[in-house]
Ligand binder design. Structure first.
Ligand SMILES: Cc1cc2nc3c(=O)[nH]c(=O)nc-3n(C[C@H](O)[C@H](O)[C@H](O)COP(=O)(O)OP(=O)(O)OC[C@H]3O[C@@H](n4cnc5c(N)ncnc54)[C@H](O)[C@@H]3O)c2cc1C
Length: 545
């Protein structure tokens, strides 16, 4: 009989080493926490999935140190056309808006999910405090007062145990952690089966438009970039398609042929059939168990938001866990994770389902009626992708209409350099107080946050890892106070629209709050200190049961 090894101790156990679990582990590892990642599979998931990354997700990956390596492996989406069988445009989604996005990254980039997963796994492997154990299928969790015991079946049937203060279930759509935690799910009752195919043409092909949805009742089809050199096709399964031979190379080649792709000029990299669904957990936490990514929500891929949402979950949760683990806020701070994110994910699910309803029309008469409704709208030209709503209730400055929105990331000048640097690279990210205006001299004009904090508050802010920066319209006088230059004027405009001169940015790049005038920074930091002391003001989530 094999003897079970002694339990491993960790601050956080992450269940599932998909992209979301890896990002949670990476962000916590970078904060110095001990993280055990338990992954059922021995190797990375090999079937085709995400190809679309939005600007916010790109910024999250930038701040996790991944984007420098991923960006060269992406292809910027210029347009996303929805057309009918005859080629008439029904909907143009604008992938390349004239105004730069608030996050400082292209609105939409196309990529190959395994590239991201590899980069995340490499980054995680460089974290001394993070251990990833593959081949460990988590079976059970037992919660005690101060910790959770996670039990997994390891290789050779050896039982492994991890004792952690918090458990994050990033274990995908069929999440066992979600079930063990008893977290209910609301089903948005959407279902469709599609064959997903990734191909690599032998010679470079210029696809125009880059991304297209063919709303043809005879075979609804998606044809989009799969990152540089790759093409993603998605074919809806029709009622007459045989179940047993739909997910095969011969079916894939038959459906690819009208697109000019054959075994003679392309490589079929992978294919899989998925049943798309739309579901959202009612609560994201029970006691010491939390869920993130597909474990918390699933949506059809027409808006390309499933993974992006999961990355937003990870960025939101990681800093809250960091603060709670450090004893700087009560556990109730974690309740705000679900309320903040739930308000954003629900509309993403609804939008994805609505897009699905446009394309998944199989009745020719219904498709004709749809075309008559949509074609006039498309004639007006590309429409912007819908804005994401701000965060729901959580750790936000009460009553501030800007709290919960994304903080602008535009290029800023620093150290006298004429070239712009992305804001988060210039500040290093994390907790940031950013003042606008003046010349950077200490507090003279009330816009330098560093000069506005009394000593005690400044010490508290520094102990949180918070930093102060002033953005001057011209050349800053004092780089030592964190002087930055608004090299494009974007910040002048942004602060003008906000009608504020100081903002407090959270580590996930959302605004905690905004303020103006003398005492602005002091008020914001004071409010943050009180809010952290109280936990979350999120309603509807019971305190750690
Ligand atoms: C066809 C398709 C196209 C898509 N396109 C896009 C897109 O363009 N853009 C986008 O943003 N999203 C897209 N998505 C969604 C995206 O792929 C997923 O949202 C994302 O991969 C989910 O990541 P995750 O880490 O939450 O879960 P997963 O990647 O599913 O990882 C879960 C991990 O948990 C492990 N696990 C499960 N149970 C256990 C257990 N008991 N013990 C230990 N380990 C366990 C699994 O083995 C797995 O490795 C698409 C999805 C599909 C199917």
């Amino acid at each position: 009989m094999t003897t079970a090894p002694p339990p491993a101790q960790a601050d956080v156990a992450v269940i599932g080493a998909g992209p979301v679990g890896l990002l949670v582990a990476l962000l916590l590892g970078r904060q110095g926490w001990q993280v055990e990642v338990l992954e059922r599979q021995a190797t990375a998931y090999g079937r085709p999935r995400a190809v679309h990354l939005d600007h916010e997700a790109a910024r999250i990956l930038q701040n996790a140190g991944i984007m420098d390596d991923l960006a060269p492996q992406t292809e910027v989406m210029d347009s996303y056309l929805w057309r009918n069988a005859a080629g008439t445009a029904l909907l143009w989604l604008d992938g390349a808006p004239a105004v730069p996005t608030v996050s400082g990254w292209p609105a939409s980039s196309m990529f190959h999910q395994p590239d991201l997963e590899r980069l995340l796994a490499e980054a995680v492997s460089r974290q001394p405090g993070v251990r990833v154990r593959t081949g460990h299928d988590v079976q059970d969790v037992v919660t005690a007062d101060e910790s959770v015991s996670v039990q997994a079946d390891g290789p050779g049937g050896v039982r492994a145990e991890v004792r952690a203060r918090w458990v994050v279930g990033c274990d995908g759509a069929d999440s066992r952690i979600r079930q063990l935690a008893g977290l209910d799910v609301t089903d948005h009752h959407y279902q469709a089966q599609w064959l997903i195919v990734d191909v690599r043409p032998a010679e470079p092909v210029r696809w125009s438009p880059l991304n297209v949805q063919v709303c043809d009742p005879a075979r609804p089809t998606t044809a989009v970039s799969g990152g540089p050199g790759r093409r993603r096709f998605e074919f809806m399964r029709l009622p007459g398609d045989p179940q047993d031979s739909f997910d095969t190379p011969s079916t894939a080649w038959r459906l690819l042929e009208p697109w000019g792709l054959t075994p003679a000029n392309a490589v079929l990299e992978r294919h899989a059939v998925y049943t798309f669904g739309a579901r959202l957990v009612d609560r994201w936490r029970r006691g010491r168990l939390l869920v993130a990514g597909d474990a918390a929500h699933q949506m059809p891929p027409f808006a390309g938001q499933g993974l992006c949402s999961g990355l937003r979950d990870a960025a939101n949760l990681a800093w809250k866990l960091d603060i709670v683990l450090a004893g700087r806020a009560p556990e109730t701070l974690l309740d705000g994770y679900g309320t903040e994110r739930g308000s954003q994910v629900r509309p993403e699910i609804d939008f994805s389902v609505e897009l699905g309803k446009i394309i998944c029309v199989l009745d020719p008469a219904a498709a004709e009626a749809r075309d008559l409704d949509f074609a006039p709208l498309a004639e007006a030209g590309p429409v912007p992708l819908p804005d994401r709503p701000p965060l729901g209730a959580g750790l936000l400055l009460p009553g501030d209409p800007h709290a919960g929105k994304v903080a602008l990331q535009a290029p800023v000048g620093r150290d006298g350099s004429p070239h712009g640097t992305r804001l988060d690279d210039a500040t290093g990210g994390g907790w940031v107080l950013l003042g606008y205006g003046g010349d950077g001299s200490d507090g003279a004009d009330g816009t330098n946050p560093a000069g506005d904090l009394p000593a005690g508050l400044a010490r508290w802010w520094a102990s949180l890892g918070g930093r102060c920066f002033q953005l001057a319209a011209g050349e800053p006088l004092r780089d030592s106070t964190g002087g930055l230059r608004d090299s494009t004027g974007a910040y002048g405009q942004w602060f003008g629209t906000l009608e504020r001169d100081t903002v407090l940015i959270r580590p996930d790049s959302y605004l905690f709050g905004t303020a103006a005038g003398p005492g602005a920074a002091r008020g914001l930091v004071d409010a943050l200190r009180s809010a952290l002391a109280e936990g979350s003001d999120a309603e509807g989530e019971a305190l750690g049961e």
